[in-house]
Design a protein around this ligand. Structure first.
Ligand SMILES: [Zn+2]
Length: 127
């Protein structure tokens, strides 16, 4: 699998962003830059970038996939006022995987947590 011109552009766009974007947000920016592209192509390229391990994605119950430039396992805080995603500087809790394995059996590959609320003004400044 190779990255297309559009794919590279989308990748660069995500790297230059605050870190998290939906496909619709990416499409909007590309349109503003007069790039001739449709939503299906944006999704196809995002899927390729994800499959290649170049970007990450988070599944939000209402917003669908949020594409993420941070490829490490991490948790998120969704500010319900600003509608922005933030990475949380909290260590990935591997013991949660073990706990679930103990309770249900089987093998846990990964887990994700999105906290929702409102961030303090002080923290917003540090973004
Ligand atoms: Zn993130």
């Amino acid at each position: 699998m190779k990255i297309t011109k559009h794919g590279q552009r989308i990748y660069d766009l995500l790297q230059a962003s605050q870190g998290h974007m939906t496909a619709e947000e990416i499409l909007l920016i590309l349109k503003q830059q007069n790039v001739s592209i449709g939503l299906a192509t944006v999704y196809r390229n995002l899927n390729s970038l994800f499959s290649l391990g170049m970007i990450n994605r988070v599944r939000h119950p209402e917003m669908g996939f949020i594409y993420d430039r941070n490829k490490h396992d991490h948790y998120h805080f969704y500010d319900t006022e600003t509608k922005e995603f933030h990475d949380l500087d909290i260590a990935y809790q591997e013991e949660l995987d073990r706990l679930v394995e103990e309770v249900f059996g089987g093998k846990v590959k990964t887990h994700s947590i999105i906290f929702e609320g409102i961030i303090d003004e002080d923290h917003k400044l540090k973004k």
